[in-house]
Design a protein around this ligand. Sequence first.
Ligand code: 13P
Ligand code: SF4
Length: 334
Amino acid sequence: MQFTKEKLEEIGQIGFYNVNVNPQLDLFEEIQRLKKEKNAIILAHYYQDSDIQDIADYIGDSLGLAQQAEKTSADIILFAGVHFMAETAKILNPHKKVLLPDLNAGCSLSDSCPPEAFSKFKDLYPNHKVVSYINCSAGIKALSDVIVTSSNAEAIVRSFADDQKLIFAPDKNLGRYIAAKTGREMILWDGSCMVHEVFSLKRILDLKALYPESEIIAHPECEETVLAHANFIGSTTALLKYAVKSECQSFIVVTESGILHQMEKDAPHKHFIPAPSEGTCACNSCPHMKLNTLEKIYISLKYEVPEINMPEDLMKKALLPIRKMLEISSKSGL
Ligand code: 13P
Ligand code: SF4
């Protein structure tokens, strides 16, 4: 965080959001003006609130966002997503200013894999290469041989020689799914996403009984028992493309509910049903992603805080496996 004392005082400690934004302001207009004035772009993940998706210059899944971050000519990248995504953008663009409107926007999956513990775990398997899901900290990326996303994990795992032993971190559900698809045994780190793990199979199947013509489409971060009932499994972008192209008119969508906004926009005549979680919580909404708001984006762009920065040597180490991922993805046409 690069706050000067004066700046913190001026904006009322932006990290803690004692910030009052004039309610008369047209935030859409103000944000558009600031973007132009500062040559800034907003990259947003599909799990953001719909108003944020609507103001973004690019909306995508983790792979698409990393690809956009790599090629942008903007001076400022405002990341409407979570911390590891903004870190990835900064690692790819060390000379650009990368902003994350709320530094508390973390990720349970990334948090489930602390670098120190992972380093010890990795030492137990000296002949293994490390394949890490992009949902991890820069510290884990620096300990990895290659990074993957849910869009390219299968292609990247297949790119290793058959006899190469592999560790997959941090998501055990995605790891198990890719291991089954590729027929490769992999050592899995025991991490998971708090959103994708709490979907209720019973309630999904109750919905399916209610809408028998619907298809179940699921993200591979979901548990094996849920994936076993899915008609289609894919990254957020893949789920969106499938739902738009498919002949089917109704879908039970087993991933974070933010994706429904683009699905409804791109296929307005189709029926999208958010899959329910256990209990009565709104657990299909990621609390980290939802920390971002239009107000915070406005303040963040206006004052150019909070900024993502990391030690140079960490960024250099983390860059190598990210670059490798982007190279293999582009060779595979992803
Ligand atoms: P994708 O963006 O790769 O679909 O991953 C979903 C996710 O959980 C991002 O945090
Ligand atoms: Fe992390 Fe899960 Fe939220 Fe994605 S949906 S940011 S994996 S907690």
